[in-house]
Design a binder for this molecule. Structure first.
Ligand code: GTP
Ligand code: IMP
Ligand code: MG
Length: 336
């Protein structure tokens, strides 16, 4: 067996958490491993009627039979991590790589003022300064933190051995393509690359073992914080369309835009997309809310999805029609 990576195609907040929850419940991975930057992420998952926002633990936690792992590339905020473990009662199945670098109070302070806060509009979670310390080779690692000892693991060994045994491994990315330090709208980006190759490296999987890359796009892209947004719509237009959103971590209002086919194509290319998941089809056409079959979508929704396939040159296999886990059309059996 091989691995599937799920990444964001635009500026994050595409609904990766929801897509991951669906894939986990249908494909039953033995391990769900998180790559990405750190607790700047916020994934929202609705589960058993409750809304959960997670920043550190993989959003795949809703699938109870998987071990949850955080790869070495990801920054750990021990306080945030331990709180989530407690909240989700996930002590027995959560592991972090002993080489994860640690966010300290000084990083959060440096991230909450001056250039980073005022110009870049960071999440203030300390990720940029902690990654800078990591590059300077002065950052503390998870293995040096007492409270993290019970969770330490060699994540690449766990994952590669699981795959050797024929088990399925799901890798979740965070943030989104256009926030990549390399390929995004620099300097208005996050503190590392956010493409699928980096997610594989973050958790310790070689590129030859990755079978599928699912790139998640939303029908109306959003962006939080400063920086270019070529297809942005006026705030009043988002209000008129009833598609205003607020951030999971910062509570900031998200800027909203129209579909950007050019960016989607570039993103699908660099991510090596084998499948596209599209969320928010109910925002495109209210009549599609909660629809579970392709045949029941409106022609407006169908032609939009066909355009997404043309733009990305990749099949759209997962179509999300609302925030709940069961609001989804899964075409993987038909299209792959
Ligand atoms: P990041 O790591 O921050 O990029 O997280 P994410 O991709 O998991 O997205 P996030 O949870 O921050 O934001 C997505 C929002 O859209 C959440 O509030 C979801 O509940 C919601 N959502 C996901 N899919 C759909 C959908 O198909 N329709 C609607 N209306 N909302 C959706
Ligand atoms: P940082 O990652 O906190 O340094 O923030 C840098 C930029 O990335 C800012 O514009 C943030 O709003 C954005 N960003 C970081 N993480 C996320 C995320 O998970 N979703 C959306 N935007 C994010
Ligand atoms: Mg988010």
């Amino acid at each position: 067996m091989t691995a599937t990576i799920v990444v964001g195609g635009f500026w994050g907040d595409e609904g990766k958490g929801k897509i991951i929850a669906h894939i986990a419940h249908t494909d039953e991975p033995s391990i769900i491993a998180r790559g990405g930057v750190g607790p700047n992420a916020g994934h929202t998952v609705y589960f058993e009627g409750k809304k959960f926002g997670v920043r550190m633990i993989p959003s795949g936690f809703v699938y109870r039979d998987a071990k949850l792992m955080i790869g070495a590339g990801v920054l750990i905020n021990p306080e945030v991590f331990l709180k989530e473990v407690e909240l989700l009662k996930a002590h027995d199945r959560t592991f972090i790589d002993y080489r994860c670098a640690v966010i300290e109070q000084k990083h959060i302070e440096a991230d909450s003022k001056d250039y980073l806060k005022e110009k870049i509009g960071t999440t203030g979670s300390g990720c940029g300064p902690a990654n800078a310390d990591r590059v300077l080779r002065v950052a503390k690692l998870a293995k040096d933190v007492e409270t993290l000892q019970p969770f330490l693991e060699d994540v690449p060994i766990a994952i590669n051995e699981a795959m050797d045994k024929g088990e399925f491994v799901l890798v979740e990315g965070s943030q989104g393509f256009a926030l990549s330090l390399y390929y995004g709208t620099y300097p208005y980006v996050t503190s590392k690359d956010t493409t699928a190759s980096t997610m594989a490296a973050d958790v310790g999987i070689g590129p030859t073992r990755v079978e599928d890359v699912v790139v998640v796009f939303k029908s109306f892209p959003t962006r939080v914080g400063a920086g270019p947004f070529p297809t942005e719509m006026p705030e009043e237009e988002a209000e008129r369309l009833g598609i205003v959103e607020y951030g999971t971590v910062t509570g900031r209002r998200r800027r909203v835009g129209y579909w950007d086919g050019e960016l989607a194509r570039y993103s699908a290319m660099i991510n090596g997309a084998t499948q596209i998941a599209i969320t928010g089809i109910d925002k495109l056409d209210k009549e599609c809310f909660g629809v579970k079959e392709w045949g029941k979508l409106t022609s407006k929704a169908k032609s939009f999805i066909e355009k997404v396939e043309e733009d990305t040159r990749t099949p759209v296999t997962l179509i999300s029609t609302g925030p709940e886990m069961e609001h989804i059309i899964d075409l993987r059996d038909e299209k792959l």
